[in-house]
Design a protein around this ligand. Sequence first.
Ligand code: HEC
Ligand code: HEC
Ligand code: HEC
Ligand code: HEC
Ligand code: HEC
Length: 296
Amino acid sequence: MTVSRSLQRRAGPTICMLTVGIFLFVAAFARGESPKQASSLAELVAMFDSSGCRECHEKIYEQWEKSHHARPLMGMENWIFMAPYLKRGPLAVKAGEKATKANFPCFKCHLPQVNYATDEVAAEIAEAILKDDKSTIRKLNIGCLVCHNAKAIVHGRAEKDVIYGNKDIPDHQGHVVKKSPLMKDSLMCGQCHGLGPNLEFETPVQCATLYGSYLHAYIPCGGTQTCQGCHMKNADHYMPPDFNRRDELSARLRESLPLEVQTLAYTFQPVEDKLFPMVIVKTKITSKAGHRIPDG
Ligand code: HEC
Ligand code: HEC
Ligand code: HEC
Ligand code: HEC
Ligand code: HEC
């Protein structure tokens, strides 16, 4: 009697777990989720490798290679900016190997392909960051397949092995090209260039807020241009400004934030023996940007 009851008790949860398991399995396929998850960093890098695109899109590749998108985990002057976050504060880990994807809410925008990787990959990345292994971290980027796949879709999920562009090209080498509804829309960039706080994480983060400024200040004042219109003329993938190139940055800012100065010098003489040199300086800064500057 006692034995059979304890068997029954054990059987109950097992059946329940099986049912939940089958349900999740079916649900994952019903939503068209790709079950493929890279289980090593090398595999993730290979899955999102942009070098195969270079052969035919050489100019775009070279522009991209120089852009901040090609080094999204490096701050100014090649510094791995995640290191202090893994050492102190709510995202810190005792040892790199203990890290999971939960340690990297920043990757929502700085390395969104981590969604296609297991926690072991997050641990490998954390170890490389803590060892200041720049050559490994340099291999992680916002490459062609990040923007031209998952970030080019509005409803549903991007199809595996499809590149999204401005038009359908069924016979494109290697991957079919399908028309994206988003490629020329500011929302494409806004997905990462931020509206505000990201409260969905256990440790909420706020980084870029520029898209909020574009939507709520530039557009209501009559602004008509898109991010791509200003930052990607002729599909230029360099997307300046580059904060590591000081001279180029200063020249751009002189042009985009013109400063007008008017001065009037005179002498003020309130009483006969007192002379005060005076100056009136009128300044006007006009912003030609589609959002607040600086932002970040
Ligand atoms: C063998 C050469 C070749 C390779 C390799 C190649 N492409 Fe292309 N791709 C082309 C050509 C040619 C076109 C233009 C076709 C046209 O305009 O009809 C094109 C078009 C495109 C377009 C669409 C352009 C538009 O008008 O919107 C995108 C996006 C694109 N390629 C991305 C990529 C990416 C990303 C890779 C790497 C994964 C890649 N291509 C690899 C030759 C190639
Ligand atoms: C940060 C996002 C982003 C990245 C990274 C990116 N692209 Fe693009 N790409 C775009 C957008 C947006 C457009 C559409 C621009 C437009 O039509 O104004 C575009 C357009 C293109 C086009 C069409 C060009 C044309 O003449 O109309 C090709 C080809 C292309 N990309 C290839 C690539 C390749 C190859 C890479 C990697 C080396 C790459 N892209 C990386 C966002 C990106
Ligand atoms: C997948 C997320 C993502 C998408 C999509 C994206 N960006 Fe970025 N972008 C970033 C990140 C992250 C950086 C900062 C990288 C760094 O320097 O560490 C960046 C940097 C930049 C910069 C350099 C200036 C700076 O502050 O670092 C410009 C300009 C820029 N992006 C414009 C665009 C435009 C225009 C689009 C749309 C065509 C776009 N981005 C799409 C994530 C993205
Ligand atoms: C009307 C043109 C225009 C539009 C529209 C525009 N930008 Fe800019 N953006 C500029 C100018 C000008 C600068 C100043 C620096 C420069 O010239 O490179 C700038 C600077 C930036 C920077 C550097 C921010 C900083 O703190 O200095 C980023 C990132 C950026 N833009 C992204 C975007 C994104 C994303 C969008 C769309 C949501 C967008 N821009 C729309 C013109 C524009
Ligand atoms: C909502 C998307 C998003 C999230 C989440 C996010 N970032 Fe960013 N971050 C960006 C974008 C886009 C830029 C570049 C544009 C800008 O500066 O306006 C940027 C720029 C930066 C820069 C400046 C890069 C440089 O080249 O100097 C640093 C540092 C940074 N982020 C750190 C972090 C850290 C650390 C976290 C997590 C705690 C984080 N970000 C989370 C989108 C994000």
